[in-house]
Ligand binder design. Sequence first.
Ligand SMILES: O=C(O)c1ccccc1NCC(=O)[C@H](O)[C@H](O)COP(=O)(O)O
Length: 290
Amino acid sequence: MSKGGDSASNPPTILEKIYAQRQKDVEIAKATPGTRPEELEAYLKMGLAPPLIPLVPRLKRNPSSATARPSLSLMAEIKRASPSKGDIAPYVNPAAQALLYAQAGASVISVLTEPTWFKGSLLDLRLARQAVDALPDRPALLRKEFVFAEYQIAEARLWGADTVLLIVAMLAQEQLERLYAYSVALGMEPLVEVNNAREMERALAVGAKVVGVNNRNLHDFSVDMGTTSGLVDMVRERDVLLCALSGIQGPDDVKVYGEQGVHAVLVGESLMRAADTTAFIKKLLDWPDA
Ligand SMILES: O=C(O)c1ccccc1NCC(=O)[C@H](O)[C@H](O)COP(=O)(O)O
């Protein structure tokens, strides 16, 4: 990963620290009997990964999409903690939270699986998936992770994800192309995350169909809700679903994005802190009563 700062002597940014730690974690997993890369490949070849649902059509459906006043779709995140906020809901039950999100109408459930800063795990992903598995028109499951290797995508598929996150800022273009192709080959259209126009061009160059604009700068934590708005025109005439990620707190944020043509919002902290999650979601998205 390239350094985010001006020179190689700058202290590492949070994204660089997470990346370095995840590289060590992945090396350990790859060397552990039972989870070596060739073993994950064998499990995939045996068809042991659970059935998938395709991301794009699922993201187009939400409780308002068939009404006269369609609103945005929701990607609802399970987030125990974060580098910027510390503990948010460390003891959340990911299965119960996933079920709440699904019953409230979320199109996607995003599960943070990074353990050191976000206190997440692949078990959280599996439990969220199992909790919603039998529902009619269940939401898609997103592995929210700092992905730099095919290995992590194979893990995601085996643990029940329907899609993975690819963060453009972390990846060289060749790596982004390779990981995008591998994910699609496994049946998972990825959510490709960008933070500026240059990264958006790179996402479009690989053919991304679902692009998330992160309003949070992953190098310094600053949140600018106008980041998404500033990139809308780059995808307006394209067959791309644009999603606004991070910092979404209330209906006013969503209303602005709706008017600009944004298709979905990804919300973590506000949902985790909501006293009544279902009522909060309905109000946030201006969805009709079920
Ligand atoms: O949330 C952070 O502090 C953070 C810091 C560094 C890298 C990633 C980070 N968050 C991951 C996310 O993208 C958010 O969890 C997600 O977009 C939801 O954001 P929010 O609704 O603001 O919780």
